[in-house]
Write a protein that binds this ligand. Structure first.
Ligand code: GLA
Length: 364
């Protein structure tokens, strides 16, 4: 019996939201919370999946029985990765034990952390020699086809490829990357992560529907992707699109520009500008792409009112987390202000995290 243990982090996205599936550039970083997968080979073809968080329920299947869209809800994520990697040379069963420390349902990509910890462990355990880019595509395929969630490639890529101290500028077209130093602590700044604890029912349908609008805009404009059109050309061509398709595509093309502007501002250490770009991103997600929700808007507005340089929702939307770029000296007051605004609106109390940009997945 051989055993490998690997860990993979969750993520926050500094900027570049809902554009990974349009071949855009995104700028996420890995957070310090990780999921750990310990995988041991077996002599037979049985696969068991257990979790430190739910010690009483062990899910059991076999290598031959793996089939998309089956099985217990959470076990589908690790099993999907085994399914997607099986053809690469997995011929034995295994015992998988997961220890997930990335907060669930907070929009911090606990599912990508889970998938990437399993993929990294399997890659090493079975000597599959897959590159990080290949592992990103494999884990995305597991989530798209086995679990049935039509996500893009951002979350898995950053969980695998991130570097400590940097945000990851990821080109979602070819998965090339550049590390952009994000050492805000030395400037007296901090990134506050606000988990609204809200989760709205729109999540699944709303995501797929917006993705379809972007694909429709691409088809009607006769381009390869929204990546291939400037904001000015998009506006000029806009009369060829219906209003809903136009405004959704408009979010995508303007967000792509904001990502590149943010990289420039970070390189110039112009954090006021970074803050403005975060605010513009939120406005675009709230008003043009309509993926925000009252809890996220209250969190962002309260953060800005109490002195944040900028704030925005992160991830898929309709709940989950927001981020606020703020002075370290201001952070406790800001948390109190956001909590007070939530209680005035009769929302569930928010949870707060901070995290420095952390290392991507690796064997431990
Ligand atoms: C979710 C998806 C990602 C990305 C974001 C929005 O996190 O998993 O692929 O599309 O939403 O930016």
């Amino acid at each position: 019996m051989a055993t490998v243990r690997a860990q993979a982090p969750g993520r926050v996205n500094l900027i570049g939201e809902h554009i990974d599936y349009s071949d855009g550039f995104v700028l996420p970083f890995a957070i310090s919370s990780v999921t750990t997968a310990t995988i041991s080979t077996r002599e037979d073809l049985v696969i068991t999946v257990a979790s430190a968080q739910r010690p009483k329920s062990v899910y059991r299947t076999t290598l031959d029985d793996l089939a998309p869209l089956t099985g217990e809800e959470w076990a589908r994520y690790p099993l999907g990765v085994v399914w997607a990697m099986k053809e690469l040379g997995i011929e034995q069963g295994m015992d998988i034990v997961i220890d997930g420390k990335v907060p669930l349902g907070a929009g911090l990509s606990s599912s990508a952390a889970l998938e990437c910890s399993v993929a990294t462990a399997l890659n090493s355990l079975f000597h599959l020699k897959q590159s990080l880019e290949e592992l990103a595509r494999i884990t995305q395929r597991a989530e798209n086809q086995y679990v049935g969630v039509p996500c893009g490639i951002m979350d898995q890529s950053v969980s695998l490829m991130a570097h400590e101290g940097s945000a990851l500028l990821l080109d979602c077209r070819d998965l090339s990357t550049r590390n952009i130093p994000f050492e805000i602590a030395s400037h007296g700044l901090e990134l506050l992560i606000i988990d609204t604890q809200a989760h709205h029912a729109l999540v699944d349908g709303g995501y797929a529907e917006r993705r379809a609008s972007c694909e429709k805009a691409v088809a009607e404009l006769g381009i390869t992707s929204l990546r291939d059109i400037s904001v000015a050309d998009y506006i000029a061509a806009g009369t060829r699109l219906d209003d809903l398709t136009y405004i959704r595509g408009f979010h995508a093309v303007t967000e792509m520009k904001r990502v590149l502007d943010t990289v420039q501002a970070l390189e110039a250490e112009d954090f006021t500008k970074v803050g403005q770009l975060l605010n513009e991103s939120h406005r675009s997600l709230r008003d043009d792409y309509t993926v925000s929700c009252p809890e996220l808007n209250v969190a962002v507005d309260a953060a800005i009112e109490f002195g944040a340089l900028g704030a925005r929702m992160v991830g898929g939307g309709f709940g989950g987390s927001a981020i606020a770029l703020t002075r370290q000296s201001n952070i406790e007051e800001m948390k109190r202000a956001i909590s007070a605004a939530f209680s005035a609106n009769r929302f569930k109390s928010p949870r707060f995290f901070t995290s420095l940009p952390s290392e991507g997945a690796h064997v431990i």
